[in-house]
Ligand binder design. Sequence first.
Ligand code: CA
Length: 227
Amino acid sequence: MRVLVVEDDAELGDSLRRALADAGMLVDLCGDGTEAEFLGVTETYDAAVLDLGLPGIDGVTLLRHWREQGAAYPVLVLTARTRWGDKRAAFEAGADDYLTKPFLHDEVVMRLRVLQRRAYGRAEPVIAVGGLRLDTAGQRFTLGGRPLALTAQEHRILEYLMHRKGQPVSRAELAEHVYARDLDPDSNTLDVLIGRIRRKLGTPLIHTERGRGWRLAAPDDGDDPAA
Ligand code: CA
């Protein structure tokens, strides 16, 4: 899960970035409203955490611009402003959730996971494919009822494939959601990581979609014998 954090308080932004990274998320931190406005529509995010009082452009205006330009990912507003008028303005501009400071880092993490799950149209907190299960709230994978040990990168890849289960996911799409900026999606890094995950899974759950990337599905659901 790739998240844009827009926060001009450097200390707070840094602690938030560490908390989200510890929770396995890939974080871009931005302290300037104008730069954030650009990033929010040019990069691919699964969610954003947005402060309202920002240098350059106000958070509500920034959010309205994101939505006008088609940014559809969930946005959690995180602000010191507690008045109803501020909340209403944020929701009217396109916010999905609103949390006031002070806050618990764990609560931000949990709300982001719920927002992501909802963004993929899921109500149930557990996603299952074959014997593989992902508890999206606790971010734990199990395979045949036993914990599955994955590195942070492997976890992000498999998590994304789980959210998109049954659908083909292209190389570029996967790279955008699991890598930080500036990594070449054409390198064979993804193939190496997919190979490692396949070995850990044992059963063929990740099917190769020729020319289109990969698709996560139960073994009897796959139509590609080469996968
Ligand atoms: Ca601020």
